[in-house]
Design a protein around this ligand. Structure first.
Ligand SMILES: [Zn+2]
Length: 389
């Protein structure tokens, strides 16, 4: 087949509506067919429902350590957003390419796929692996199955590039995150008899106040890292629902909260602190009514990323990105899992701006795609060398 450009591959990728709630299998099948036509086998790692899959493919020798190109196939929804053009049709306007997922992050996937014929022609002395995941936008969950599978393979890759949008600059750090759902079950009664009930909203308010207290302490006396926009760890409550009417003592409240924690600080220690506090409230509630209580569920979590400035991976990233400095970002990526869970040195570098992600009229500039194409060419050059260091 003739070699497609990254923009041509991108136009195919964005045509699949891979909003996280949908199956990503049509897109994965397209990628697998594309690779098969080039003689490359793909391995799918499915989720429990069989409706979503990670894709893993290796170009080059499989028996030596190589480079992972990591990206997620899912996107955020377009629901409720005003788009100038169809979000699932790649639309060029003024040097930019518009569609859902162009910058976050099908642009990177497209550049990686478009470079495969060049990888084959090189040929490579060190392999390049494609690691395309699902369910990243709902908490970096999908890639866990892929990491588990990789952890039992014989040869471990020694470098990973996560192509989240960084404007092709080199990012080496982000915070860890813990997402929590706290469910408070009280005892309902008429509000005129309030002392006979157990008020779930009031207990919830104590938990919200505790989160605020922790947030204040982290800001005032926690670790500080000036590489981050918010230089300290944060605690935050995003949702607090409860109650149905003024004259009913509410029997349920639900809180969604999170900790975002600097690399080097322990996110689970914060969860444990909150959990201990909740344990005290839970006992107090149960003393009033045994059917009441509070449950804390950490429903999503990802590790932070902190690739040292003086590491081989950072030096490699700088030369591949043709960059002269590194930075850290506020958002999380799958990089923490590759780095912390799998032990593969990881950098983040991809086309487009995170500021354009998740919005209506999401786009990537043609110039950014071309910079990413150059990145792939430098990676191929480097992977071709027999004595790669
Ligand atoms: Zn993303």
């Amino acid at each position: 087949m003739s070699t497609p450009t990254s923009a041509e591959v991108l136009s195919r990728l964005v045509a699949f509506d891979t909003t996280s709630c949908n199956s990503n299998l049509p897109l994965i099948d397209y990628v697998a067919d594309y690779l098969a036509a080039l003689g490359i086998e793909s391995h799918r790692i499915f989720d429990a429902t069989g409706q979503k899959a990670n894709l893993w493919a290796t170009i080059g020798p499989a028996d030596v350590p190589g480079t992972i190109l990591s990206g997620h196939t899912d996107t955020v929804p377009v629901t409720g957003q005003e788009w100038t053009s169809d979000p699932f049709t790649l639309t060029p306007r003024g040097g930019n390419l518009y569609a859902r997922g162009t910058c976050d992050m099908k642009g990177f996937l497209a550049c990686a796929l478009a470079a495969v014929p060049k990888m084959l022609a090189a040929p490579l002395a060190r392999p390049i692996h494609l690691a395309f995941s699902y369910d990243e936008e709902v908490g970096c969950i999908g890639v866990i199955g892929l990491i588990d599978w990789l952890s039992v393979q014989r040869v471990k890759p020694d470098f990973c590039v996560v192509g989240e949008p960084t404007m092709m600059s080199l990012v080496v750090g982000h915070k860890a995150k813990r997402s929590m759902r706290i469910t408070i079950r009280g005892r309902s009664c008429h509000s005129s008899l309030a002392p006979d009930g157990v008020n779930a909203v009031e207990y919830g308010a104590l938990i919200v106040a505790k989160m605020k207290e922790i947030a204040g302490r982290l800001a005032a006396s926690g670790r500080q890292d000036p590489a981050y926009d918010v230089p300290h760890s944060t605690a935050h409550v995003g949702m607090f629902n409860g109650g149905t009417a003024l004259n009913i003592v509410p029997d349920e409240a639900v809180i969604l909260g999170e900790f975002r924690v600097l690399p080097g600080e322990d996110p689970d220690a914060l969860v444990a602190e909150l959990s201990d506090y909740i344990g005290v409230l839970d006992a107090e509630m149960k003393a009033l009514a045994p059917e009441t209580g509070i449950e804390l569920d950490v429903y999503a979590a990802f590790p932070g990323l902190a690739t040292p400035a003086e590491s081989v991976a950072t030096a490699r990233g700088l030369s591949l990105a043709a960059a002269n400095g590194t930075s850290s970002v506020a958002y999380g990526t799958e990089g923490g899992r590759f780095s912390e869970t799998l032990g593969v040195p990881t950098i983040i570098c991809g086309p487009g701006s995170i500021g354009d992600a998740h919005k209506p009229d999401e786009y990537i500039s043609e110039a950014q795609l071309q910079l990413c194409d150059r990145f792939m060419e430098r990676l191929i050059d480097w992977s071709r060398a027999k004595q790669a260091a």
